[in-house]
Design a protein around this ligand. Structure first.
Ligand SMILES: C[S@@+](CC[C@H](N)C(=O)[O-])C[C@H]1O[C@@H](n2cnc3c(N)ncnc32)[C@H](O)[C@@H]1O
Length: 268
């Protein structure tokens, strides 16, 4: 189905290999050479970028928790004016900056977490929050602040299937990297390159200091909708996708659900 998408073909043929190599290094050369667009990738791309093309065209975009910068790059290829990515892991920040320089693209990546976006001193037409709401402890305060710096918000929202939609749940986890969450108790990084806040000992079961403990926050969809209403965000789109919520979660069948949400901030 995605063979007809000229931009996705351009992404695969002209950019994907360099993006993977800049981000992962030469160890990923086989993956980079053999990169294919899967249905899983296409479905996410369609929901996050393609279906929002009208909102993204000619606009400045901020991608929070950008990881390798794939949605930012695909937004740019679909007509966005410029893209700024914020990501805690230095490896991906440096890799994306190297890649955008190599291809002369208007993508800038900055090391930081969600709350750091308010320190950038910039406004953006569109803010993307792709699988990142569960890393934000105070989503209420965050969405309130967000209104001041953007007009549109695109959210790929992950929650738990068994969570009553009106509620939220905090889950304790052990965090070796920034992949799942950050520890707001510690400001710095143990390792700027990886973005790690903890070492392997902190993560192990004999960690008496409990440095490696952190949390995820899952917000039910009605809970989120109430917050949108509260801060006068107009919901332009809200779709539920339960079948292909997260990659690599085949061992957790049915645990997660995902929504795509598009908001327009109504200024009071
Ligand atoms: C699940 S990945 C999602 C990547 C991408 N946005 C997407 O939709 O495919 C979450 C990313 O957010 C980063 N991250 C984790 N905690 C964060 C936080 N508090 N603020 C910003 N980014 C965070 C992680 O390093 C990771 O790259």
């Amino acid at each position: 189905m995605y063979n007809n998408d000229v931009i996705l073909k351009k992404f695969k043929d002209n950019y994907a290999k360099d993006l993977i190599l800049c981000q992962m290094g030469q160890d990923a050369v086989c993956y980079a050479e053999d990169f294919v667009i899967t249905d899983f990738f296409y479905n996410k791309y369609k929901r996050v970028v393609l279906d929002n093309k009208k909102i993204l065209e000619g606009k400045t975009v901020l991608d929070v928790g950008a990881n390798m910068g794939h949605w930012g790059l695909l937004s740019l290829l679909n007509g966005a004016k410029s893209v700024t990515c914020v990501e805690p892991r230095g490896q991906y920040v440096n890799g994306l900056n190297k890649f955008s320089k190599m291809h002369g693209l208007d993508i800038t990546s900055v090391q930081g977490i969600h709350s750091d976006i308010f320190e950038l001193g910039e406004k953006f037409d569109v803010v993307m929050l792709g699988v990142i709401t569960e890393c934000i402890p105070d989503v209420y305060g965050f969405l309130q602040q967000l209104k001041a710096i953007t007009k549109h918000v695109i959210i790929l929202h992950t929650s738990l299937r068994d969570l009553p939609p009106g509620l939220c749940k905090m889950e304790k986890t052990y965090n070796l990297t920034h992949r799942t969450a950050v520890d707001p108790r510690s400001k710095g990084y143990l390792n700027n390159e990886t973005g790690n806040q903890f070492d392997t000992k902190d993560w192990s079961s004999d960690d008496t200091s409990k440095e490696g403990v952190c949390f995820r926050w899952y917000y039910g969809i009605d809970h989120m909708t109430e917050i949108f209403k509260h801060f006068n965000y107009k919901v332009l789109r809200l779709e539920e996708h339960t079948q292909d919520a997260l990659a690599g979660t085949v061992d957790l069948p049915g645990k997660f659900m995902q929504h795509i949400i598009v908001l327009e901030a109504e200024q009071l």
